[in-house]
Design a protein around this ligand. Sequence first.
Ligand SMILES: [Zn+2]
Ligand SMILES: [Zn+2]
Length: 392
Amino acid sequence: MSDTNDAKEQARRGVADAADELIDVSRRIHANPELAMEERQAAALLSERLEAHGFQVERNACGLETAFRASWGEGPVTIAYLCEYDALPEIGHACGHNLIATAGLGAAYGLKAALSPSQVRLLVLGTPAEEGLNGKIIMLERGAFEGVDVALMAHPSPADVDMPPMYGLAQVEVEYGGQAAHASFAPEMGINALDGLVTAYQAIAQLRQHIRRDSRIHGIITDGGSAPNVVPERAAGTFYVRALQPPYLEELKEKVHRCFEAGAVASGATVDIRWGPYTCAPMRSNRALAAAYRANAESVGRTFIDVRLDSTASSDMGNVSQAMPSIHPMFGVGAMAFNHTPAFTDVCATEAAHASMVQVAQALAMTGVDVVLDPDLLQRAKDEFASGGGYP
Ligand SMILES: [Zn+2]
Ligand SMILES: [Zn+2]
């Protein structure tokens, strides 16, 4: 046990020694927000840093231009730290992925400082496009996670939560096709595609009154016609359907599908309903790993809240968590702001946010030490996973 404690102290110090570098990388990613699958500078910067620290880096991993896979060591236990680095349109790093990237980077530095290459196979996976395009699901399919024993990451949020639930998520594009006509001179000649979409939108709004509390439906109209005096011949929208339970997600998808069809029946327009190629699975947090993370995080000064969350988001990390023991804890950034708002963008470049990121990198590194040096922890994590356990 004292070996473990010594190694954890080395991991903690390894991160602290690199703090200035981690904060510099975070600031540079934050100052140059890049959208999903376009994160060229962030991926290049992280790859270059990992190489400078002695990792072997495979760029363009899995055929994705902005993915990478860095590795060090050939030990019997494989630990993967995941880095996200995509931003949102218009509001930049409003989900704080600059802090995820550097928490993962710092965790890797810390674990490398604490162990020998014969003890661990350490991977750092650069996973692009968390916001909407599901980089992790593609990388899972293409084998980037092969042989990984545990996958670890942490996400900024208003507060520290060890096992945040995450909804499963399906995306759908819908397009109605009508018949253009002069809206005053010959309206009877037209078929109004926008009417089809508005009817569907209203039907979904009615459905929303009667769905389970652990689910969500929301969407936008992306095309509502070209001019008020032309009967719209095209209308289009994008919707998300979310649920904590996979069978209920399938049930909701069918109901939403019928709402879209109802719009077509009512308006006479044609409808094309295209469900996205990927479905985010709900997060299944490994309790054994989450408990180890929490203890380590508390030991470096983090404080967790234990309220049961009634509302949440989604992530492609959910799919990783269904494939191997995983954690996706949330960490506070030192101010009360919510993800996906301009206020959160500002918060994610502050000194307080960076102090949190460094502590979280330490906790992730120390959890990696636990996984490698405490065979009982890895066994418990694996047993829990194999038995279908996890939270929620
Ligand atoms: Zn986000
Ligand atoms: Zn995010």
